[in-house]
Design a protein around this ligand. Structure first.
Ligand SMILES: Nc1ncnc2c1ncn2[C@@H]1O[C@H](COP(=O)(O)OP(=O)(O)O)[C@@H](O)[C@H]1O
Ligand SMILES: [Mg+2]
Length: 196
């Protein structure tokens, strides 16, 4: 905990990932989101520590509440505890779908079905499953694991998942098993953000 408290996380404009400072040697940064940075601690290998950027810490309680409402589900990571500016969640193995595309790792149809079922599950718990983009879903043993539920208390659909699903159905067969260049993934992301 001490080490997590020493880290500073700062957000950046234009939906760019956060910046971090003060990371001690017992921690490894395993992901940068637009609101938070996620750390693996060598002394606590089953957990991941999601530390929110200054000014974004209101989201900690929101995300903790979403996890409480979700209960136990194989589709989502588990939240064990929440503090002022960070959450303790289950460390989840696997690559994000974003990394799968870049590395040419096959994303099976089952992942799409899992996310659809996960959304259904969340809706049945009175939540609004959104912000489902490539970096918020892991491929784990051929199945999907959703690792970011921070926006599920918000209203409206952002249609991120619908776009991804359409892209998968229409274009994934063209790339299947081949590496997708990062500029193409970034271009599609920018087009989505502009259209919004
Ligand atoms: N429980 C977890 N296990 C492993 N990696 C994770 C976990 N949670 C997040 N990550 C990694 O950290 C990145 C950022 O976390 P995320 O929760 O999406 O932050 P943000 O809310 O800022 O988008 C993810 O894209 C993923 O690569
Ligand atoms: Mg995220």
């Amino acid at each position: 905990m001490d080490s997590i408290n020493k880290v500073t996380v700062t957000s950046n404009p234009n939906n760019e990932p956060v910046s971090i400072d003060g990371v001690t040697s017992d921690l490894k940064c395993i992901g940068l989101g637009t609101d938070a940075a996620v750390f693996y601690c060598y002394n606590a290998p089953n957990f991941a520590f999601k530390k929110y950027a200054k000014g974004k810490t209101i989201k900690v309680t929101k995300e903790a509440e979403v996890y409480k409402n979700l209960g136990v589900s194989p589709y989502f990571s588990t939240c064990y505890a929440s503090y002022e500016d960070f959450l303790v969640v289950s460390f989840e193995e696997g690559l994000t779908l974003f990394d799968c595309l870049l590395q040419g790792i096959h994303i099976p149809q089952q992942v799409i079905f899992d996310v659809e079922n996960a959304r259904e599950y969340a809706r049945n718990k009175g939540l609004n499953p959104r912000d489902l983009h490539l970096k918020n879903i892991l491929l784990q043993n051929g199945r999907a694991k959703i690792i970011d539920v921070s926006e599920y208390l918000e209203a409206e659909n952002d249609f991120r998942w619908e776009y991804l699903r359409k892209g998968y159905d229409l274009y994934y067969p063209l790339f299947n098993g081949r590496k997708v260049p990062i500029w193409l993934v970034e271009l599609i992301r920018k087009i989505y953000l502009q259209k919004r």
